[in-house]
Design a protein around this ligand. Structure first.
Ligand code: NAD
Ligand code: UDP
Ligand code: UDP
Length: 339
């Protein structure tokens, strides 16, 4: 642990707090940037449930107050409307840095803003972590592997990324964010963690974020055809959100910097995914083919041996188990007028 004891018998935490030895550990103060978003809000639930304090920083670009509203009134919860591209002063012990749109439709909507969020936003959060001595975790992405020439992808693979394409604001942005994180670690002695997250789904995803699982589920529920892009033979590996959140927490609290792949190795073609959605939502659901988007990776599947060995983490929930949990949430929101 990074909590150490000074010569006068006082424990000093990462945020510089002094706690008399022998007294009950006070709650940790934790920043979650992007905490009003899909993954962030589930992470906030977990941190609050174990008794620690959370400050969410979010500009509500893709996040929603609804995702964290159940914590309003909890004295250990704070929500700040703030854009991470601007500096901020806070005193905390740990920073989970998630702020960044994750769906291709969202991150391509304003690509310059996306790269500013990844570069300036990450720089600001690293500067904050350095000033206060907080531990910093970056949520990077499997997109750093680009359209991979190695399959499955290990953390040692350097990737195959187009630097000038329509996805570059996101994947090159995240690659730069990883670089910044390692440079603050090497140069300023910052305690850092890097997670490379593979496609994740679950309750609270935006209904219309254009990602494949949310699209197929919403389409099947609305009795519209599921839109399969290209020939539907491209693959992805889908992880349920609670598995990811467990992984982020063990990574933050463990001794290893990473990067670590956090994903479910269960690999599906988009046609297979459509079939599973059909079995889960509506056996009469149909599909419709659409042209694929530019630079779409042909396949993606994590090699998670490193996380298994060093973090003792692996996902527990299969697609067939996780999908119904998301469908229940989507059903409620599609039926209610304000989503
Ligand atoms: P999301 O879009 O639901 O959440 C992102 C949150 O960040 C939103 O609440 C949004 O409002 C906020 N945000 C965006 N730009 C901001 C800015 N400039 N300042 C402050 N807040 C800002 O996406 P998510 O799926 O929850 O993803 C969370 C993180 O995980 C992202 O960093 C994403 O890159 C990473 N990730 C997610 C997946 C996935 O499949 N969900 C896969 C790989 C990586
Ligand atoms: N920063 C911040 N909050 C802090 C400390 C720094 O937002 O508490 C920002 C700061 O504005 C700067 C960035 O983080 O843009 C990097 O800070 P650092 O101190 O590493 O670099 P410098 O300020 O020397 O460029
Ligand atoms: N896709 C699809 N139909 C949709 C949305 C996406 O077939 O309605 C495909 C997309 O072309 C890609 C895969 O699903 O091959 C995953 O796309 P998503 O946007 O969910 O995430 P990505 O992994 O590309 O970031």
């Amino acid at each position: 642990s990074y909590r150490s004891v000074s010569s006068d018998g006082v424990a000093v935490s990462g945020g510089g707090r002094r706690v008399p030895v022998g007294l009950k550990k006070p709650p940790k103060r934790i920043v979650v940037t992007g905490g009003a978003g899909f993954v962030g809000s589930h992470l906030v639930d977990k941190i609050l449930a174990r008794g620690d304090s959370v400050i969410v920083i979010d500009n509500f670009f893709t996040g929603r107050k609804d995702n964290v509203m159940h914590h309003f009134g909890n004295p250990r919860f704070e929500l700040i409307r703030h854009d991470v591209v601007e500096p901020i002063l806070l005193e905390v012990d740990e920073i989970y840095h998630l702020a960044c749109p994750a769906s291709p439709v969202h991150y391509k909507y304003n690509p310059i803003k996306t790269i500013k969020t990844n570069v300036m936003g990450t720089l600001n959060m690293l500067g904050l972590a350095k000033r206060i001595g907080a531990r910093f975790l970056l949520t990077s992405t499997s997109e750093v592997y680009g359209d991979p020439l190695e399959h499955p992808q290990k953390e040692t693979y350097w990737g195959h990324v187009n630097p000038i394409g329509v996805r570059s604001c996101y994947d090159e942005g995240k690659r730069t964010a990883e670089t910044l994180t390692m440079d603050y670690h090497r140069g300023a002695g910052l305690e850092v963690r890097i997670a490379r997250i593979f496609n994740t789904y679950g309750p609270r995803m935006c209904l219309d974020d254009g990602r494949v699982v949310s699209n197929f589920v919403a389409q099947a529920l609305r009795k519209e055809p599921m839109t399969v892009y290209g020939d539907g033979k491209q693959t992805r590996s889908f992880q349920y959100v609670s598995d990811l959140v467990d992984g982020l927490v063990v990574l933050m609290e463990g001794e290893h910097i990473g990067p670590f792949n956090l994903g479910n190795p269960g690999e599906f073609t988009m046609l297979e995914l459509a079939e599973v959605v059909k079995e889960t939502v509506d056996s009469s659901a149909t599909i419709e083919f659409r042209p694929n988007t530019a630079d779409d990776p042909h396949m993606r599947k994590p090699d998670i041996s490193k996380a298994k060995e060093l973090l003792n983490w692996e996902p527990k929930i299969t697609l067939r188990q996780g999908l119904p949990l998301m469908v229940t949430d989507f059903q409620k929101r599609i039926l209610s007028p304000q989503n």
